[in-house]
Design a protein around this ligand. Structure first.
Ligand code: SDX
Length: 430
């Protein structure tokens, strides 16, 4: 970071010079690290709408242009020309691998897709109707009880082993959570299948008959993984970074990220979006839901719309829509009523001044649910799939943070608006 400029802040007549760091691309940042020490004042930014919490080289988003770069490569090129495990390599190591490096990495991931056999018992402790997200939070956190040889965050080799284990085992855990929820036997990973095909096989094959993975569905699945891989300092990634700043082990940090992603304002939006489309049901009911979303007295929101950063289109939604068309055509459900409602909802919302003024566009969660449902997943599996795909982003950001020699525990302060000091009152005198 270069510091050629400074900002001057004046408080009660006293001026404070604050260094400005200039990024390779994007907004300048004003370094307030010494502000409290110099001025006795905190800054205040609930929701971190104007706060850079770290520096990073992994992902860049330009919300105005609708641009998303992973290590400089545009998401539409990666989604169109690369594949998920190559994107994992890019996020983890910072460059596109040569053929032999990629082959070695893919073999390493493939050879670590099984989980400790004893972990199967964890699933059986849950009720059958447990949401798969609950199972994933529990089982991923429990990985720290099994993989002790990759929990020492100060050992670079152990950090690498934990990274590969998490990327490799998340599909297995997600598929097992699904199988358990529908009362079917677990399906072991197969080393002869690619990452996406292996996941589909673990989810949809049954011992009673041969399951053939449809290559077009596998390609669409792989592309969905790529589109969800990383996204700068979103809420769940920030959760992973904050958890890791205390020195917590990688499995605990990723379990914290899964828990944060679960919320409907974040990764839970894909499930909430599909449930909204089903509730709308037919295009003639769309105006009713748009009116609710616009009503100041109703905190109802259109799921799959809006984004903290994208104030133009979400480039992932554009690619996801293309995938939705491809999958639905393949499955012969291009006249899928949900897709009809989704496209008409998008059209009407974008034509409405409310959404235009507030720059609310479809985000990554708007179309993903339509594809996943068409592929046969229940809505309860939508966010687990998001969590599985985002694990590589969480891990890449976790590794980057641990590599920062300036790393300190994250400890925000507050604007205190509570009671001032007062004495205790015995109960008989209250
Ligand atoms: C993800 O951060 C990331 O990068 C996340 C993510 C990733 O890859 O990690 O991209 C994944 O989480 C995508 C977002 C998925 N969530 C949803 O689709 C849920 C619906 N969207 C909203 O909850 C909302 O848009 C957020 C949470 C996504 C963004 O919220 P912000 O940035 O805090 O915006 P805001 O709540 O301040 O809204 C600004 C205005 C408000 O109106 P006013 O108070 O100014 O009058 O826009 C309105 C909001 O009421 N608004 C909406 C709306 N989203 C915002 N109104 C109706 N429908 C919506 N969806």
């Amino acid at each position: 970071m270069t510091e050629t400029k400074t900002a001057t802040l004046t408080i009660d007549g006293n001026s404070f010079e604050l260094p400005i760091h200039t990024p390779t691309v994007g907004p300048d940042v004003i370094d307030i690290g010494k502000l409290y020490g110099q001025s006795g004042a905190f800054t205040y930014d609930p929701g971190f709408t104007s706060t850079a919490a770290c520096d990073s080289t992994i992902t860049f988003i330009d919300g105005e242009k609708g641009e998303l770069l992973h290590r400089g490569y545009p998401i539409d090129q990666l989604a169109g020309q690369s594949h998920y495990l190559e994107v994992c390599f890019l996020l983890l190591y910072g460059y596109l691998p040569e053929a032999n490096e990629l082959e070695k990495f893919e073999r390493l991931v493939t050879n670590h897709t099984m989980i400790h056999e004893q972990m199967h018992n964890f699933f059986r402790g849950f009720r059958r109707d447990a949401p798969p997200m609950a199972t994933m939070v529990g089982v991923v956190g429990a990985m720290s009880a099994f993989y002790h040889d990759s929990t020492d965050i100060n050992d670079e080799h152990q950090r690498e082993v934990a990274s590969i284990r998490l990327v490799a085992k998340m599909p297995t855990i997600a598929a097992m959570a699904y199988k358990y929820s529908i009362g079917q036997p677990f399906v072991y990973p197969r080393n002869d299948l690619d990452y996406a095909s292996n996941f589909l096989n673990m989810c949809f094959s049954v011992p009673a008959e041969e399951y053939q993975v449809n290559p077009i569905l596998a390609r669409a699945m792989d592309r969905i993984f790529t589109l969800h891989a990383d996204h700068e300092q979103n809420a769940s990634t920030s959760t992973v970074r904050l958890a890791s700043s205390s020195g917590a082990n990688p499995f605990a940090c990723i379990a914290a990220g899964i828990a944060c992603l679960w919320g409907p304002a974040h990764g839970g939006a894909n499930q909430a979006c599909l449930e909204m489309l089903k509730e709308i049901g037919t295009v003639d009911r769309i105006p009713e839901f748009i009116a609710r979303a616009k009503d100041k007295n109703d905190n109802y929101r259109l799921m799959g719309f809006g984004h903290r950063v994208y104030k133009n289109f979400d480039p992932r939604a554009t690619v996801m829509k293309e995938s939705a068309d491809e999958v639905l055509e393949l499955l012969g459900v291009e006249d899928n009523p949900l897709l009809q409602v989704a496209m008409e909802l998008e059209k009407q919302a974008l034509a409405d001044p409310y959404f235009a003024e507030k720059k609310l566009f479809p985000n990554v969660d708007f179309y993903s649910g339509i594809i996943l449902e068409a592929m046969g997943f229940p809505t309860s599996m939508f966010t687990p799939i998001f969590a599985m795909a985002r694990t590589v982003g969480w891990i890449s950001q976790w590794k980057e943070q641990l590599g920062d020699p300036q790393l300190k525990i994250g400890r925000p302060r507050q604007l205190y608006t509570g009671e001032t000091k007062r004495d205790y009152v015995d109960i008989e005198n209250r």
